[in-house]
Design a protein around this ligand. Structure first.
Ligand SMILES: [Zn+2]
Length: 379
């Protein structure tokens, strides 16, 4: 008989439990019936007929409440093996019972919630995790699973509520999440031109994480919607101080805003200051363009060349090439652009420092590992 190694684990658990069960029995009739069902189930399991084994164990369960832990263990094993349907059947048969004690009921709810979560039935998983957390309010793993559901469903208020609980339990790393959930809510308000309603949410975001540049960015956007550019400038300065790399993501928008509002002298001062202290590649390209459009081609090329010299690396090269049709020449004056094109096209400008996910636009939440603030421009 070829026995899958993973079957040995539940089989061993079964044998141990069986020995334990039989030792404590007083009623001979029940003992005989149970031992017969156990052996039947065990036999099915050893013969690799897990469906029949499960059906038999469900019969045992109906006859004997003490087998709850056995079924929890078995269901958990099935889920780990990817047999979600079988795990679900076992756990469903548990939670409909009225004679489980509080702890057994909590465990069954949590296990079934995980089955639904794995099967992608997020609504059902959510309901079970909520019920479970009512019984076990400080269960970190269940709270994290609930947060993951709310993030997938973009239920930011609910996600914030759970993140708040986790922070209260000492998981201060969730402050970052909390500030992003408030930012998501604020972003929705601003996108719907209900900017004023965003302000209290952004204050909450900054209360959770006072270095949240996204919150300052959204405050600036809200100020721009109200045409209060003085206030917007205040937030842009704050972002520049806190995170020059993110400020670099904004320079194009800032220039457009000054230009659209006919603020030529302010715009020129802004470009001048940027040129003194270039925070990143977007600024380099912007300043180079600025001079290029004013007939100062040589100056534009010098700025880009200088940046490449200071930041020698494929990331800078790829970005310059993608955005600027960079003409790369060898010493003989022959073009290298074609030869490098394929390599450069495949090169991503952003990368997640957590999981390595690569992309060409900035994300606040990594699409790969779902962490916040981990996607950074490569240097
Ligand atoms: Zn990632």
């Amino acid at each position: 008989m070829n026995l899958s190694p993973w079957l040995l684990v539940p089989a061993a658990i079964l044998l141990l439990l069986l020995a334990f069960q039989l030792r404590g029995r007083t009623r001979a009739g029940q003992q005989k019936k149970l031992s017969s069902l156990y052996f039947k189930g065990l036999n099915y399991l050893l013969n690799e007929q897990p469906d029949k084994a499960i059906d038999t164990f469900i019969q045992v369960l109906k006859a004997d409440a003490e087998t709850v832990e056995l079924h929890l263990a078995l269901g958990n094993l099935y889920r780990r093996k990817g047999n979600i349907e079988r795990a679900t059947r076992i756990h469903q048969s548990l939670i409909v019972r009225s004679d489980l004690d509080r702890s057994q009921r909590a465990n069954a709810l949590y296990e079934l919630g995980q089955d639904y979560y794995r099967a992608g039935l997020l609504d059902r998983a959510e309901n079970l995790f909520i019920e479970f957390i009512n019984l076990e309010p400080a269960h970190t793993q269940a709270l994290k699973l609930l947060i993951s559901i709310y993030e997938q469903e973009k239920e930011w208020s609910k996600a914030a509520e759970i993140a708040h609980k986790l922070v209260g339990l000492g998981h201060t790393e969730f402050k970052k999440n909390l500030s992003h959930y408030f930012c998501e809510l604020a972003q929705n308000k601003i996108d719907s031109h209900l900017g004023r309603a965003a302000i209290p949410l952004l204050k909450k975001a900054l209360a959770a994480d006072r270095h949240c540049v996204r919150a300052y960015d959204l405050l600036a956007r809200e100020a721009v919607q109200r045409s209060d550019l003085r206030e917007a400038k205040k937030y842009w300065k704050k972002i520049h101080r806190l995170d020059p790399a993110y400020f670099d993501e904004l320079v194009g928008q800032i220039v457009d805003i000054y230009a659209d509002n006919g603020m030529q002298p302010t715009l020129e001062r802004f470009i001048g200051r940027l040129e003194q202290d270039l925070p990143g590649l977007n600024s380099v390209l912007l300043v180079a363009d600025w001079h290029g459009h004013r007939g100062q081609q040589e100056k534009a090329e010098r700025i880009k060349r200088q940046w490449l010299q200071d930041h020698a690396g494929a990331a800078a090269l790829a970005a310059l090439n993608r955005q600027h049709d960079l003409q790369l020449l060898n010493r003989k004056g022959e073009s290298l652009t074609d030869a490098l094109q394929t390599v450069l096209e495949d090169f991503s400008e952003y990368r997640c420092i957590q999981c390595g996910y690569e992309c060409n636009i900035h994300y606040w939440q990594c699409p790969g590992c779902h962490q916040w603030n981990t996607v950074l421009r490569r240097s």
